[in-house]
Design a protein around this ligand. Structure first.
Ligand code: SDX
Length: 442
C-alpha cells in the first residue's frame, strides 16, 4: 500500500523510532523523517556515535541513501513519476528533451524555456575532433559499451573550463555537454563497430532524429529519418531517463560525493549500467529469446530459471523495487506492437516468444509468489532490433537516456548544502591481530 502524501517534506516531524539493545537494555531514540510520498526514513546518522553499532544492509534493500525530488517509484502499485508526472503521461505527451529539462529544473518548460534549452543542448552536440582518435585504439569488434566507457572517461580531459563543480554555471554547461554529446559518442561507437565513417551531428534535427541520422546515415547518399522510428526512439529515451537510486545512479552519486568531475562520474555510471543484472539485461533478453528459439521450448527455460542449481535467470523479469508490473514495460510492450506493425514486421517471432513467455511465467507459482514481472528491459530490445540496432548497442542506448538521470541526480546531490563524501562501513569478518612471520618461517 503506498504511503499517503504528506505536507512538509524532509521535516523530522518529531516522530521517533526506538531501538533497544536487548543485551544492555539501553534504548536509542532515532528521528523519523517523512518525505512528500512513500516510506518515511529512520535517521541513523548518529546511531554509531551513540550505540557503537553499524546498520547492515549490503544491497541497500532497506536503506535510503539520499533525499531526492526527481523520481518517485511505488513498487507495489507499479507507479513511476518524474517530479510528479506519471511516466505514462510523459511517454505519451512529452519529448525526451522536455523530460530532461523537467529532471534538471523541476518543472516542464514553457515554450520559450524549451526553445532556449533546445538551443543550449544542440550547441554542444559536436565533440572535439581529437576525440575521434580515441576510438582508433579499440579493435573494431570491441563492445560499444567498452568504447563508450573509455571515451566518456577521456571527455573530462577536454573541458577544463567546466570542471568547477561548485560553480552553478559550470555545472549547467557540463550537464548540457553530457546530454548533448552522449548521442554523438554512442553513434560514433556504433559507426566504429561497423567500420563506417562517423557522421557529424545535424542541429536541425531533434535528439532522437539526430541520433538515428548519426547511426544510420552514410556520406555516400541522402538519409531521411523515419518519423516512426524517431518517435519510438524518443519514447525509449524518455522511459529510460531516470529511475530513482538504481545501481548506476548510486554509482554516479558515490563517485560525485568525492567531488570528482561529472564526466568521470558518468563514466562510472556507464560501467555499472553494463552489468546484465542492470542495463545489460536488454541485450541479455534478446540473447535469451534467440536461445529459446521457439514457443515450445519455453517450459524448458522456465524450468531452468526456477532451478537453483542453474545460473540461468529469466532476463527482463524481476526487479528490486517493482513487485508489480514495471509501468515502463507496459508502455514498451505496446510500442513494440506499434513499431513492428508500422514497419510491416508483424508476426515477429521474437515478439511472439516474448509475449508467450510472459503469459506462461505470470501463471507460474514460482514467478507469482516472488512477484517477478517483466521489467523495462523485457520488450525494449525487440523494438531496438526492429529499428536496426545490433544487440551490442542496446545498453549503449540505455546509457544515452540514463545520462539525463545521472547528471540530474548528480546536480541535485552537489547542490545539497550538507554534501559529504559517501563512505560506508562494514561488518569485519577477517583475522584478528596476529604476529608477523618472516617468509622462511612460514
Ligand atoms: C534494470 O534498480 C533499477 O531501478 C534498475 C532499472 C533502472 O531503470 O535503472 O529498473 C533497470 O536494471 C531492470 C532489471 C534488469 N535485470 C534483469 O532483467 C535481470 C534479471 N533479473 C534479476 O537478475 C533480478 O530480478 C534483479 C537483479 C533485477 C533483482 O534482483 P533482487 O532484487 O536482488 O532479487 P533476488 O535476486 O533477491 O531474487 C528474489 C528471488 C530469488 O529466488 P529465491 O532465492 O527467493 O528462491 O527471485 C528469484 C531469485 O532467484 N529471481 C529470479 C529472477 N529474478 C529474481 N528467478 C528467475 N529469473 C529472474 N529473472
Amino acid at each position: 500500500m503506498s504511503t499517503p502524501a504528506k505536507a512538509q517534506p524532509n521535516a523530522a516531524v518529531g516522530r521517533t523510532f526506538t531501538l533497544t539493545d536487548d543485551q544492555t537494555g539501553k534504548s536509542y531514540k532515532l528521528p523519523v523523517i517523512e518525505g512528500t510520498q512513500g516510506p518515511a526514513v529512520i535517521d541513523v546518522r548518529k546511531l554509531y556515535a551513540e550505540s557503537g553499532y553499524f546498520t547492515f544492509d549490503p544491497s541497500f534493500s532497506s536503506t535510503g541513501s539520499c533525499k531526492s525530488a526527481l523520481t518517485y517509484i511505488d513498487g507495489d502499485e507499479g507507479i513511476l513519476m518524474h517530479r510528479g508526472y506519471t511516466i505514462e503521461d510523459l511517454a505519451e505527451k512529452s519529448t525526451f528533451l522536455e523530460v530532461a529539462y523537467l529532471l534538471l529544473n523541476g518543472e516542464l518548460p514553457n515554450r520559450a524555456q524549451l526553445d532556449k534549452f533546445t538551443r543550449d543542448i544542440t550547441y554542444h552536440t559536436m565533440v572535439h575532433e581529437q576525440i575521434n582518435y580515441f576510438f582508433r585504439g579499440f579493435r573494431r569488434d570491441a563492445h560499444p559499451m567498452a568504447v563508450l566507457c573509455g571515451v566518456m572517461g577521456a571527455l573530462s580531459a577536454f573541458y577544463h573550463d567546466s570542471l568547477d563543480i561548485h560553480d552553478a554555471r559550470q555545472r549547467e554547461i557540463s550537464a548540457h555537454r553530457l546530454i548533448a554529446k552522449l548521442p554523438t559518442l554512442a553513434a560514433m561507437s556504433y559507426k566504429y563497430s561497423v567500420g563506417q565513417p562517423f557522421m557529424y551531428p545535424r542541429n536541425d534535427l531533434t535528439i532522437a532524429e539526430n541520433f538515428l541520422y548519426m547511426c544510420f546515415a552514410v556520406p555516400a547518399e541522402p538519409y531521411k529519418v523515419n518519423p516512426i522510428l524517431a518517435d519510438a526512439m524518443d519514447k525509449i529515451f524518455i522511459l529510460h531517463a531516470d529511475h530513482e537510486q538504481n545501481a548506476s545512479t548510486s554509482t554516479v552519486r558515490l563517485a560525485g560525493s568525492s567531488q570528482a568531475n561529472p564526466f568521470a562520474c558518468v563514466a562510472a555510471g556507464i560501467a555499472s549500467l553494463w552489468g546484465p543484472s542492470h542495463g545489460g539485461a536488454n541485450q541479455a533478453v534478446l540473447e535469451m529469446l534467440y536461445e529459446i528459439k521457439s514457443k515450445d521450448r519455453i517450459p524448458e527455460f522456465l524450468a531452468r530459471a526456477k532451478d537453483k542449481n542453474d545460473s540461468f535467470r529469466l532476463m527482463g523479469f524481476g526487479h528490486r523495487v517493482y513487485k508489480n508490473f514495471d509501468p515502463r514495460a507496459g508502455v514498451l510492450k505496446k510500442a513494440a506492437h506499434d513499431v513492428l506493425h508500422d514497419l510491416g514486421k508483424t508476426n515477429d517471432p521474437l515478439l511472439e516468444i516474448a509475449i508467450e513467455l510472459e503469459r506462461i511465467a505470470l501463471q507460474d507459482d514460482y514467478f507469482v509468489q516472488r512477484k517477478l514481472f517483466p521489467n523495462v528491459d523485457f520488450y525494449s530490445g525487440i523494438i531496438l532490433k526492429a529499428m536496426g540496432f545490433p544487440l551490442s548497442m542496446f545498453t549503449v542506448l540505455f546509457a544515452v537516456a540514463r545520462t539525463v538521470g545521472w547528471i540530474a541526480q548528480w546536480k541535485e546531490m552537489i547542490e545539497e548544502p550538507d554534501l559529504r563524501i559517501g563512505r560506508p562501513r562494514q561488518l569485519y569478518t577477517g583475522p584478528t591481530k596476529r604476529p608477523y612471520v618472516v617468509v622462511d618461517k612460514r
